[in-house]
Ligand binder design. Structure first.
Ligand code: BG6
Length: 485
């Protein structure tokens, strides 16, 4: 792994404290950081290097997955950290930043490899990228990389504009767009499940699969984020990115080689084959809804309209269900159902593959029934794989009953999404980052939905908090003879 400088914009923010510092520290403890590295934190307020290091230490003690009694490890880590105050609009501050970077590169004999992590509000992304270029910080003899996290735009046009602005300073292969779902160990494991198992590989197509269901349900409501969420809704917050990324990871086909480029090519092919939605017909395949009051995990909660910060009469979607079709040889005729929402029954992200059941009636003369075979992939908060098969229960008069063959991965010591992703970015592996093509195609798919919502030609259903969404979402599957698992 190359020695490098990690330049963190937004170093006094919440994400830095909860996720980024702990991720770097855990990589360091696991021997997964370069031998030599420098971290330069940037924020608006003035702060000494010592104060900054104390803040970082505080965050590690509170949020790090791994802790150690060996104080010398902590010290060894913290001594890499420096702090600069920076006003994102002030060119002089970038000049000072360049001096700090160069000074540390000399002190530590680090080549000019520079990673820029923008942990700031998205409206600053292009400003910062522009100043990084203008100030000469981006002119390096080594590599330079940019890490950013969604939202990448608010709709297709703004996403394209943002991308044009970023590309003034960074090439596509230098931009690492985080979708933290791609950092979840079980999402990363999808590729191995699909490709490293000839048994599943053979079945991964429309000859054997009846439908695919991807669910990400949450119990939390809008929390303190109404300012953002009321403008975004589930469609932008979860569907355009996390849900479509999981769909790509599930529906992609065996590449010739397992390499970042080949995997991303396969994902892109999925997006290219997704059947576009027509604005006027969105309501046929998309259900939007908003939560009412109800009870979640035994606690009474208010409806979305009563949440602090939500505009009166807001038509924002807190739940989305979709039926999508992939028009290619592998998936013709197989519906992909996606649903995600806040204030639902449980916190659970999972993918269920329902296999066709051509022998459904084979046992009916014995008053027996076969349930469909299901492959259930639990992503979050549990991680595991379950295969549902039919088997005779000799304790119940030998009746056919579904049994589960289970594998559950222990989450205890699993690295966090940010650890895996930052490690990949440092080593230059872009497999689990969103390529611009994917992001753009996802916006293209979503754009008519946004327009149909704005034009109010899709009904806004309601669902009680603590439920699995509105009846209309069940109806979407019933139309094809299925139900949610
Ligand atoms: C974020 C969304 O990207 O993902 C949040 O902005 C959502 O609204 C979160 O709660 C869910 O992530 P996870 O990892 O808890 O499933």
């Amino acid at each position: 792994m190359d020695s490098m400088t990690f330049v963190l914009f937004g170093a006094t923010g919440d994400l830095a404290k909860r996720k980024i510092f702990p991720a770097l520290y855990n990589l360091f403890l696991d021997g997964n950081m370069p031998t030599s590295f420098s971290v330069i934190g940037l924020g608006r307020r003035e702060m000494s290097h010592d104060e900054f290091q104390a803040r970082v230490e505080d965050s590690l003690v509170t949020f790090s997955r791994r802790q150690t009694d060996d104080q010398s490890k902590m010290e060894g880590f913290l001594k890499a950290f420096r702090y600069n105050a920076l006003d994102v609009n002030n060119p002089d501050d970038y000049k000072k930043l360049l001096q700090t970077i160069q000074q540390r590169e000399e002190e530590l004999t680090i080549p000019e490899n520079r990673m820029f992590y923008l942990s700031v509000a998205p409206e600053f992304f292009d400003k910062i990228a522009y100043q990084i270029k203008e100030s000469g910080i981006a002119t390096t003899k080594g590599w330079k990389r940019l890490i950013i996290e969604k939202p990448f735009g608010h709709d297709l046009k703004s996403a394209q504009q943002l991308n044009r602005n970023l590309s003034v300073a960074f090439e596509e292969n230098e931009i690492y767009r985080i979708d933290h779902y791609l950092g979840k160990p079980m999402v990363q494991n999808l590729e191995a499940l699909e490709f490293a198992n000839p048994v599943l590989q053979a079945l991964w197509n429309n000859q054997y699969i009846a439908n695919v269901q991807i669910t990400a349900s949450e119990t939390v409501g809008v929390e303190e984020r109404a300012g953002y969420y009321d403008q975004s809704g589930a469609i932008r917050d979860m569907f355009q990115n996390h849900m479509l990324q999981m769909l790509m990871m599930t529906a992609m086909h065996l590449p010739k080689k397992i390499s970042p480029d080949d995997i991303r090519k396969q994902k892109k092919m999925v997006m290219e084959s997704l059947r576009p939605l027509q604005k006027q017909e969105v309501a046929k395949d998309i259900v939007r809804a908003q939560y009412d009051q109800g009870e979640v995990s035994g606690e009474a909660v208010v409806g979305y309209q009563e949440e602090p910060g939500v505009k009166a009469g807001s038509m924002n979607d807190t739940f989305i269900a979709a039926r999508l079709w992939i028009d290619n040889d592998f998936w013709n005729g197989v519906p992909f159902y996606i649903r995600t929402g806040k204030r639902m029954t449980e916190k659970s992200t999972r993918i269920v593959i329902e296999f066709k059941n051509p022998i459904k009636d084979l046992y009916s003369s014995n008053n027996d029934e076969t349930a469909p075979n299901l492959l259930m992939i639990e992503i979050n908060p549990n991680a595991g794989v379950t295969l549902q098969l039919n088997s005779r229960n000799l304790l119940n008069n030998g009746k056919l009953e579904p049994i589960n063959v289970d594998f559950s991965a222990s989450q205890d010591d699993m690295p966090e999404a940010y650890e895996l992703l930052i490690m990949d970015a440092i080593s230059g592996d872009a497999t689990f980052f969103a390529h611009w093509d994917e992001v753009e195609m996802a916006w293209k798919l979503v754009q008519p939905i946004l327009e149909a919502f704005e034009g109010n030609i899709v009904p806004l259903h309601r669902y009680p908090s603590g439920s699995m969404g509105p009846e209309a979402s069940d109806q979407l599957l019933k139309e094809n003879g299925f139900n949610w698992w």
